[in-house]
Design a protein around this ligand. Structure first.
Ligand SMILES: Nc1ncnc2c1ncn2[C@@H]1O[C@H](COP(=O)(O)OP(=O)(O)OP(=O)(O)O)[C@@H](O)[C@H]1O
Ligand SMILES: [Mg+2]
Length: 429
């Protein structure tokens, strides 16, 4: 099987290239080729450092368990949760066909099926894929809205919960189709339109949660803002008694359009599935090379690490950091997202501070890299002071959106620990 899709960019849909996909039995391959018009355009840019602006097909070497596609394309693929919904939906459709006596071709979903199962309107970033029939993938059935309004949150939540509990019906899956799938990540989530018409993500409590995780995420995002971090807008909404974290999509700006997004993994050209360790100093290097405001973003990054240490946000892997394209191949740090206090986890960062410091989430390690970030000691102490003062208010901020003392107590160890004391001593010393 061979498929050729046109790759477009943004709401106005400018063609940037074509994606070629081939499958022969279990063997699959993919390549991307820039369109000559894009290569000649004054405002052209490389979709990622690993896809230089040259003509001809560029093939992607798939790492074991990695994506078949180049990073910029793979960053728009569903994973974890999205794949679960797609697989269940597929199995259910086949089951129904079988029951109706239809002949079922043996066919497993391939990499392209997953990539194209995402609703075009809510696909992360600015890339869009148009099939051989001129249809943007995925375009929902004619009688169906794409992203549902906030008022349908409880339907989305119930359908998602049913998937988690393995009790979902064909109707649940049909309802989630395209909507439950647009984003990467493991946790149950959905696309939804907020009251003001803005595209948002609803992150749901999981049946596996043993603490109020969605409240913890809203708390972390609010504290990040108070710490001077450019963080995604978040609020908590109640859906029939379930707390849902509603997070505004930062790749859909106020004035419309779509912003090109790539993960930090794509920026660094690394496949995180191979288990090799990477560090923040590599992101600093990438910002120096590709950043539109490198020193501002490098300081912002240092601030985010300080924040992660102080709230024990230790799930800081390279898909939980990203970049937005500004112009002509220059990129800026995307707002912070997926930050969470993890009270029970070992205090080790997924992204090391530097190769020398290793995974340890410590203020000492952070201070040791300040010169590499070109942050002098006074500036470092100033940033640390701002972050420490803000995170110190974690209980008040939690109360401000209705968290109870009992709920907050479950996060205690994430906020009150030795590194907090070390930070205060440094600030006051
Ligand atoms: N506010 C946002 N605007 C645009 N895209 C976002 C936003 N928040 C998250 N994303 C995209 O959606 C993906 C999944 O979101 P998120 O990381 O919050 O989910 P998760 O399930 O908690 O992930 P993980 O598997 O890391 O725990 C991100 O990797 C990013 O590409
Ligand atoms: Mg994530």
């Amino acid at each position: 099987m061979r498929r050729v899709l046109d790759v477009f960019l943004g709401e106005t849909a400018r063609q940037v290239g074509t994606l070629r996909f081939e499958a022969q039995g279990a063997r699959q391959s993919a390549g991307f080729e820039y369109h000559p018009d894009w290569l000649a355009a004054a405002d052209r840019f490389a979709l990622e450092p690993g896809l230089p602006l040259v003509s001809g097909m560029q093939f992607h070497q798939q790492a074991r368990d990695g994506s078949l596609f180049h990073g910029a394309i793979a960053d728009t693929e569903p994973d974890g949760w999205g794949r679960k919904v797609i697989l269940r939906d597929y199995a259910k459709q086949r089951q129904r066909a079988r029951e109706e006596g239809a002949a079922i071709e043996p066919h497993a979903l391939n990499h392209l099926d997953f990539l194209l199962a995402v609703d075009d309107t809510s696909r992360v970033g600015a890339l869009r894929f148009r099939d051989e029939n001129g249809i943007f993938q995925r375009t929902p059935e004619p009688d169906r809205r794409t992203a549902p309004p906030l008022i349908e949150l409880s339907l989305l939540l119930n359908a998602s919960r049913a998937v988690e509990l393995h009790t979902e019906t064909a109707a649940d899956l049909a309802y989630l189709r395209g909507r439950g799938t647009p984003l990467g990540g493991l946790r149950p989530k959905c696309t939804v339109i907020d009251k003001d018409g803005r595209l948002s993500i609803g992150k749901f409590p999981s049946v596996q949660d043993d603490r109020p995780v969605t409240k913890g995420e809203v708390l972390a995002l609010l504290l990040a803002k108070e710490s001077g971090i450019n963080a995604a807008e978040a609020r908590l909404v109640d859906s029939d008694g379930s707390p849902v974290a509603l997070i505004r999509r930062f790749d859909r700006p106020d004035d419309g359009g779509r912003l090109m997004y790539i993960s930090a993994a794509t920026m660094l050209g690394v496949d995180t599935s191979d288990g090799t360790e990477h560090s923040y100093t590599e992101i600093v290097d990438a910002l120096r090379q590709h950043g539109s405001q490198p020193q501002t973003d490098i300081e912002e990054l240092w601030r985010r690490i300080a924040f992660s240490i102080l709230i024990t946000n230790v799930d800081d892997h390279l898909h939980n950091h990203g970049f937005l394209h500004t112009q002509l191949g220059q990129w800026t740090l995307a707002p912070a997202f997926d930050v969470n206090p993890f009270p029970e986890r070992v205090r080790e960062l997924k992204t090391w501070i530097s190769e020398d410091t290793g995974p340890e989430a410590s203020i000492e390690a952070l201070m040791s890299v300040a010169p590499y970030f070109r942050i002098d000691r006074d500036a470092a102490i100033r940033i640390l002071t701002e972050v420490e003062r803000a995170t110190n208010r974690w209980r008040q901020v939690g109360h401000s959106f209705g968290m109870s003392n009992r709920e907050l107590d479950q996060f205690f160890d994430a906020f009150e620990h030795r590194e907090r004391q070390i930070a205060s001593a440094l600030i006051n010393g």
